[in-house]
Design a protein around this ligand. Sequence first.
Ligand SMILES: Nc1nc2c(c(=O)[nH]1)N[C@H]1C(S)=C(S)[C@@H](COP(=O)(O)O)O[C@H]1N2
Ligand SMILES: [Mo]
Length: 409
Amino acid sequence: MDAENQTERRQFLRALAVALGAPIVFRRQLTGFPYALAQEAVNRGNIPRTKQLLTLLSDVPFNAETPAHLLDDDVTPNHLHFVRNNGHFPDRALLNQLGNWRLTLDGEVNRPRTWTLNELQNEFEVLETQLVIECAGNGRAGYYPQVSGNQWTLGAVGCARYRGIRLADVLNTSGVLNSAVYLAWHGEDPHLSRDPERHPISRGVPIAKALDRHTLLVWEMNGVPLPPSHGFPLRLVCPGWPGSTSGKWLRRLWVRDRVHNGAKMTGSSYRVPRNPVAPGQKVAEEDMEIIDVMPVKSLITFPQTGTTVPEGELLELRGKAWSGTGPVARVDLSIDFGASWLKTQLLPPPNPYAWQKWNASVPLPSAGYYEVWARATDARGRAQPLIVPGWNPKGYLNNAMHRIVVRSG
Ligand SMILES: Nc1nc2c(c(=O)[nH]1)N[C@H]1C(S)=C(S)[C@@H](COP(=O)(O)O)O[C@H]1N2
Ligand SMILES: [Mo]
């Protein structure tokens, strides 16, 4: 496109943006607003068109995970980021009214307020960081006896680059009262029943996590406005905690004087038994506690399981490792069912709560069948278990090692 055409196009888009009441921000934002809606047109199988490489677990609500070998990018592209919805996608018409969209903060604050997206973008310091979001139910398929819910295997995790502001800055300008205990959120997504009185999910975090400088309100994902699947126009990211705390399609933040009791905060949702239980055991509600920090975990993202390498060639391996407790200290591999372990090269994260890349070149002693196991260890010395850890009624927190098959010959 030549310069003149480009100017014309910009003028046209600027006019369009004004007409739609969208903020006029050029750079990558330019393609953002009408595009954000168009890009997720749904195909006949009810899968947003951008998500067709994912493995569909459920269409309504839409839930899809990423095959491990498609998580090889340093930063997970939007089309490869898993989606976890508890309700319907928000109404397209609602999403379209960005000009009318407001975020309200109320509850235990001195100055309750509502903001437009533009105001949030202009009133607070803007930052960009790469953050892991992992569903607490990732790995649920590994539990036996089987538990109900989406049977996530490995891929309910991603690490995208987000642009936004600190939730702490928003809370601090509003004057959080001493009575504040919990930060609760409400999103725009309709309940599966379509009953407007009900929310499919309304969770939150203790006020200390809300005030943590890494907890963000974000409007951009990998350089474009948040796609509708991921919470357009604004979502929370509470890194290191269950993905379910990272509210999408935000409408309201409510500072509460008690632990929030919204949808999916109570019962066995996102809770695990306080004390270990036998597989299949019934657990009373009062014996369950809310999941907070996510455990150490890793993936082998290259090669894809089932690969054959020519005999005598080094096996090149790559992957990712992350933990809610801080940086991962090491990733080790075994090609002999745990009899011996090889250290991998593990890079530091580009910023806190981003996942870390690891790689290794491993000689295979002969032709034949191998399983490769990867085991990450966090800075406190806690390693991934080989087998599925403590069974729990909803199948959360399975951080068992990822294992792939490789043949030589
Ligand atoms: N409003 C809203 N926010 C939500 C959800 C939802 O269903 N509605 N799902 C939560 C859950 S359980 C997870 S794991 C993450 C998934 O984020 P993603 O779909 O962007 O990958 O969003 C969280 N935020
Ligand atoms: Mo989740």
